[in-house]
Design a binder for this molecule. Sequence first.
Ligand code: NAD
Length: 479
Amino acid sequence: MLIGGEWRRAAAGEEIEVVNPATEDVVGSVPSAGTQDVELAVETAKRAFPEWSATDVEHRAGILAKAATLIEERAKDLAATLTAEQGKPVLEARGEVTHLAHGVRFYAEAATKVRGAYQDLPSAFGPAYGMVIRRPMGVCAAITPYNFPLTLLGTKVAPALASGNTVVAKPASTTPLATLEVARIFAEAGVPDGVLNVVTGRGADIGDVLVGHPDVRRIAFTGETGTGRHIMGIAGPQLKRVTLELGGSDPVIVCADADVDAAVKAVIIGRYWNAGQACLGCKRVFVHDSVYDAFVSQLVERVGRYEPGDGTVKAEKPKLRMGPIHTRKGRDELLAQIEDGVAHGGEVLIGGGTGSGDKGFFLEPAVVAEPGDESRLVTEEVFGPVLPVFRFGDFDDAIRRANDTPYGLGSSIWTHDARLIHRAAQEIDAGMTWVNQIHYGYDELPFGGVKDSGFGKEHGIEALDSYVETKSVVVGGLG
Ligand code: NAD
């Protein structure tokens, strides 16, 4: 772990093995932190805060820009680590590293452009003016999940450091290795000791200590809705600032006039990238009756090109590599969800098997036609390469079903009809709606969910707002 610039073992000496989900080989081990380690990390971050927050903003921005460059230079190694611990194919891992560098550079540039405000004031108590200034908060906890360990680290650490805070990051216990490499890069880029600390360990062991520590003022969490609720239960009474990026079940509406070919291609990436382990993703597709058959036949044909396997080995063209599900438990959950979909009237059009190999948590990507509204494929988040597709005739009905979920992260619509686009933008309960576009989280745009998908924004200039407190200053005694 990295605490105060030192690479440390856990105080209790315990370790966690990191397993490659494609081979089930142990690829590394990291300290299993305990309460004492977390407390040390928070105290260290607290001590580093006054100097870092007072550091010249251009200097801070320069360090982040250097970190982005180093990440790009080390992309190959970082991607290899990511593939080994997470399972995703090298191509996808490279994409994640590129996205991380882009996000860090975005906040390097944004750091020097944060402005406050000036306000003329009534002179009832004498001439005065007001200023709205923005102050960093202190120690921020950055808690990340296993599916995109690096980009989701970047969306927290970069705006936090850019605005003068210090950080204790906690990666998922199954994907800590690439995070530690990135922390090393930040240190090499010039982030002073104690400003970015990383504790490794199981959420169940140390999560509560980190979240509940009185010196942690800001918590940025990405993970499951249940974990988010638990964190809120601890942070709420302490009135901490929290952003929760939680689960999703994004609807896609494909209208009668849609470019079916483009929609299929985007849905394929949106559902099967990262073996479907994405918060944003095409998780329920509603297709207009008139284009349903064309859409589904193209979808099934393309899904058939995927070949689940070890992410370090390229598939032979025209096959496409899909990595494993990250854990055996995750795959079992998906199998149970498919079974439940069939029990509720769904038809598996392709996929759903586990392959013939005896190692690795693989799942053949699946398409399930018309599972009933009560099925788990509809009511729960499906965190893997399984896509339910549904027919619709009436647009009102499509919108109603799109919203019939506890989640509200992303959504998309495929049409060129301005009225339908307007209705989707206004009526779908979600943090984002893409129009004729793939579900992708741009660094430039605020991103976050509603309902059980959480609250608060990451990405965009808006994310900086959640790492600063605004303070009003009244200046009087002017005349
Ligand atoms: P998870 O909730 O199991 O774990 C996320 C992180 O929380 C890990 O670091 C874990 O160790 C930690 N944690 C566990 N218990 C904790 C506790 N009591 N206190 C503090 N931290 C604790 O999530 P996961 O299975 O790793 O990730 C998958 C989930 O993340 C999916 O639901 C997915 O939709 C969601 N996700 C959301 C977004 C988004 O931006 N909305 C992005 C990616 C993933």
